[in-house]
Ligand binder design. Structure first.
Ligand SMILES: Nc1ncnc2c1ncn2[C@@H]1O[C@H](COP(=O)(O)OP(=O)(O)OP(=O)(O)O)[C@@H](O)[C@H]1O
Ligand SMILES: [Mg+2]
Length: 407
């Protein structure tokens, strides 16, 4: 099909290393918009829909994967997916009743997204098969996230994921993500194996068999996510909390990386404001700030209890605020790591003054006010944030490794 310039298809751009990370938030927003407009279809999907996929994949592996797919591994995927479905069936069915099963895209991978006038546009949605198209919105999104991940683009996957979650607020289905991502990889394994079976060109057939093997291995791995953790990033405005949180997230926890919860975004949501809108003093009253920290803690709690990792990004200038977020981790029995970023005021002021397009409203006067505030004793790990962003991230990653090794 040549409706579009083939070089503007996102899979082509990814293949030549030209898929811009900076475009991924736009893509996450486009998918969130698409899902918002999609018609609920509570008559389809749910646990029964995923079970059909799992069984179909299992049958496909046995029939078309003979001789080149590890059949023991294939059977293991089917058995473990069924067990996951036993655990998650009620959640998936509840989401169906609650309106999260919709007339979705159904085939949302990079090849079905094109860059038109600089904006990502979804095309070729499934229109001929309701079982494929009428699915949980997170299962729809999982196809793209898996596709980005297997192409070794974790930062892209994580950026789409976090933007999507910010736009939709849909944190209720996170526990199903390992299964949904694995199913997407398993489907690709099955379709690649089937295509290899009917392919007469032996070189192409060998490529398809290798691809099927790769997808089977990924489907198996995705069913065994690492345990969740909660990471807090605090410090004055301009220390680089949001920069660090976004840079860390792709390598933290289960695919597609940690969920980042930002106080500035939550504050704007609570004020019903656009992310780019500057709030007046009414947005910064002690009462509103308390609600922001409460919402952060509640969301972090939902994320880690669903098995995903969270990074919370806020100033955390008060003892009480730090204690509450630590308690979330302790009560959920999830490891906690708190980092406190420090840099000289002159650097902070220069950074916030140079910053553009950020949900934070902080300026030089905010930094002076924060400095004057009573912080209490800070027990989080102090990080020298006057270094370059990569050095800050690497320093924190080393700490996280040390903490993990010490447990
Ligand atoms: N280590 C760094 N070195 C130089 N510049 C940085 C560094 N970290 C972040 N920046 C830049 O400084 C500005 C402020 O960073 P960032 O928005 O991450 O700070 P923040 O702590 O989240 O601030 P706020 O509390 O206002 O949200 C951004 O423009 C960012 O690109
Ligand atoms: Mg910030």
């Amino acid at each position: 099909m040549n409706r579009f310039d083939q070089n503007a298809l996102l899979d082509r751009l990814a293949a030549i290393g030209r898929l811009e990370l900076a475009m991924m938030p736009q893509l996450g927003e486009a998918i969130a918009r698409f899902h918002r407009a999609a018609e609920p279809r509570p008559d389809l999907g749910g646990a029964a829909g995923i079970l059909r996929v799992v069984e179909g994949n299992g049958a496909g592996f046995a029939e078309y994967g003979r001789g080149f797919l590890d059949q023991a591994l294939c059977r293991q995927i089917t058995t473990e997916s069924r067990a996951e479905l036993d655990r998650l069936g009620a959640l998936l069915d509840g989401r169906k009743t609650a309106g999260f099963v919709r007339q979705c895209h159904g085939d949302l991978h990079l090849r079905n997204i094109v860059l038109l006038h600089g904006a990502p546009v979804l095309f070729d949605a499934i229109e001929f098969n309701d079982d494929i198209a009428c699915i949980d919105v997170l299962y729809d999104l999982a196809f793209l996230l898996m596709d980005l991940w297997r192409r070794d683009l974790p930062r892209h996957a994580n950026a789409v994921w976090n933007t999507y979650l910010r736009c939709t607020g849909d944190l209720g289905g996170l526990a199903a993500m390992p299964l949904l991502l694995s199913c997407r990889s398993a489907i690709r394994a099955k379709t690649s194996a089937t295509a290899a079976h009917v392919q007469h060109d032996e070189i192409r057939a060998a490529e398809l068999r290798a691809l099927a093997q790769e997808y089977v291995a990924l489907a198996a791995r995705l069913l065994h996510p690492p345990p969740p953790r909660l990471i807090a990033v605090g410090g004055l405005s301009g220390t680089g909390k949001s920069t660090l949180a976004l840079a860390l997230a792709p390598s933290i926890g289960a695919v597609p990386g940690a969920v980042v919860l930002r106080s500035d975004e939550i504050r704007k949501q609570l004020c019903d404001a656009q992310m780019s809108e500057r709030l007046g003093p009414e947005g910064y009253t002690p009462e509103l700030s308390a609600r922001v920290y409460e919402a952060m803690a509640a969301r972090a709690n939902a994320v880690v209890r669903s098995g995903q990792s969270a990074i919370v990004d806020a100033v955390y200038g008060r003892n009480h605020e730090r204690e509450v977020i630590e308690r979330v981790a302790n009560d959920a029995n999830v490891p906690f790591a708190g980092f406190w970023l420090e840099a000289p005021d002159a650097a902070l002021i220069a950074r916030v003054e140079a910053r553009r397009h950020d949900p934070s409203d902080a300026d030089a006067s905010t930094i002076r006010l924060q400095r004057a505030q009573e912080m209490g004793a800070i027990h989080w790990t102090c990080i020298d944030a006057s270094r370059a962003p990569d050095a800050v991230r690497e320093g924190v990653e080393r700490w996280l490794e040390t903490l993990a090794a010490g447990r």
